[in-house]
Design a protein. Structure first.
Length: 508
């Protein structure tokens, strides 16, 4: 591209200055309006204060918000939403910022609504086996509060020590035990919050059924596009009397993939069934020293829980299936400490990857279990194609992949190749009969891949649902659902130097 001529450069500089002036004027207007409904300490707008909110766990893309609001009461949340709606200002709700698809990425001309201060456990009902909590309560904190009653909350994302229940609802998060106990959707009874207009709304109910349309499955996994969650009632389950974990080694990736399918085909539903490839095993073993077999091409972690008799029988059945499938070594946890040790590696896969690479992009797609080996071999070919390493860890039991592409975000070429690599994984997953996401959501990361999986008519239907809740399209805009224009452009991300050019994003 030729360098701009002097007059062109002046015109470009004038346009940039004009845009900056308009942004500052907009910021002053929004701040003034919000100061009328929020205390001074609950409002941030200077760059040094808003920078910590510029990205979520997907750090490749960053954008500072115009304003950050940190309400402390439901009335303040409602007032912020009503004020922004009256001004036509976009709102992006944010929890702990642990998301991995850019779902909480701010809008450059909008308000980031931080829900961090809504962190109270309101009620644990041991008789009903439920807990009612505010949206900012950490996932693990629910189980900690329920432990005194012999209960716990089953969905356990790897980030459960930090991620919040509101974010779990937004993304329909899973975890290593989601195969037996289900995703967030299967463990939530009721979600209460506000629409973008500031109107109260409740999804689901505490009884067996709720009156009217069943909209709970619609809001769980909606990525903050339909309503702002304030309170969630979740199901609790009894802590099992015993849990034991098998660590099985395989010298061939296809044998390991076939073993996963064989376990399920034999009518066994483990409490957890996870797989890690050799590069990931090496990374986590160096980090947590979990006792993993570093010679194996893949390892499986298969857990059984229940009564001692049930566990003994299921462990034996799974061991028989794994040996018949070609396992080269099988180790069974002898006590609770060893079981937790086995799982410590799997739970620390992401931080372990951060130790061996400046950056990583964690993909999230789902395929049929029988295609596990096929997708892993395809990813190995992609490593050569794009010149980047990839370590794989995933919820093998339900086919939910988490390939971690290793790269350096400071190198624009590596970032570009990483994006192409990730899109290739998602497109290949769809071609194998899978989906572009399992539990991390679409956010901004997978907008192009949505054009691969869904037709224009299907995307239009999803936009229609969005419009029913948010006609002006100001709640978490530019996420999840691509417009026809984006798909016509090949679904390309509008990224420049790792920053999204939000003024160019479509209305939704």
């Amino acid at each position: 591209m030729n360098a701009p001529q002097p007059l062109q450069a002046l015109a470009s500089a004038d346009a940039a200055a004009s845009d900056l002036l308009q942004k500052k004027e907009r910021q002053r207007a929004v701040v003034a309006a919000l100061q009328a409904v929020l205390p001074a300490q609950a409002l941030l707008w200077h760059d040094e204060d808003t920078t910590p909110y510029e990205c979520d766990g997907l750090t490749a893309y960053r954008q500072r918000p115009l304003v950050v609001a940190l309400p402390e009461t439901e009335g303040q949340v409602q007032a912020v939403l009503k004020t922004c709606h009256d001004l036509g200002v976009p709102v992006v709700a944010r929890g702990a910022g642990t998301g991995l698809s850019g779902g909480a990425l701010p809008h450059a001309l909008g308000v980031t609504l931080s829900m961090a201060r809504f962190n109270r456990i309101l009620k644990v009902d041991a008789l009903a086996r439920t807990a009612t909590v505010q949206c900012g309560v950490r996932n693990l904190a629910i189980s900690e509060a329920a432990a005194r009653y012999g209960l716990y909350y089953a969905p356990d994302p790897s980030s459960q020590i930090a991620c919040t229940i509101g974010g779990n609802v937004a993304e329909n998060s899973g975890g290593v035990h989601c195969l037996k106990y289900g995703l967030t959707l299967h463990n939530v009874l009721q979600v209460r919050g506000y629409t973008v207009q500031g109107e109260p709304i409740t999804f689901g109910g505490l009884a067996l059924d709720a009156p009217g349309y069943d909209l709970l499955p619609l809001v769980v996994g909606s990525e903050g596009m339909l309503a702002v969650t304030l309170e969630v009632t979740v199901k609790l389950v009894p802590k099992p009397k015993l849990a034991r974990c098998i660590m099985a080694s395989f010298d061939d990736m296809r044998k390991a993939g076939d073993a996963v399918a064989a376990v399920i085909a034999n009518g066994i539903i483990p409490a957890g069934l996870e797989m890690m490839d050799k590069p990931m095993t090496a990374a986590v073993e160096d980090f947590v020293h979990a006792g993993y077999d570093l010679t194996a091409e893949a390892i499986l972690l298969c857990e059984s829980d229940g009564t001692p008799e049930e566990v003994a029988e299921e462990i034996q059945r799974m061991s028989d299936v794994l040996r018949a499938s070609g396992a080269t070594a099988i180790a069974v946890s002898r006590d609770e400490a060893e079981r937790l040790k086995f799982w410590s590696g799997r739970k620390n896969a992401f931080p372990a990857s951060g130790r061996i690479s400046p950056d990583y992009m964690c993909m999230d797609s789902t395929i049929p279990r029988k295609r596990l080996a096929d997708i892993l071999l395809a990813i190995a070919d992609m490593e050569k194609k794009y010149g980047l390493r990839c370590a794989n860890v995933f919820h093998a039991g339900d086919g939910n992949l988490h390939p971690l592409i290793l790269f350096d975000a400071n190198d624009p070429d590596q970032l570009h190749r990483c994006e192409l690599f990730g899109a290739d994984i998602l497109e290949t997953s769809v071609a194998m009969g899978g989906t572009v996401t399992g539990e991390h959501g679409v956010g901004i990361e997978k907008l192009g891949s949505m054009c691969v999986q869904f037709s224009a008519e299907e995307n239009a239907q999803m936009l229609g649902i969005k419009a029913a809740f948010d006609p002006a399209g100001t709640l978490n805009p530019g996420k999840v659902i691509p417009t026809l224009q984006r798909c016509a452009e090949g679904g390309k991300m509008l990224v420049r130097g790792g920053r999204l050019a939000f003024p160019e994003l479509e209305r939704f």
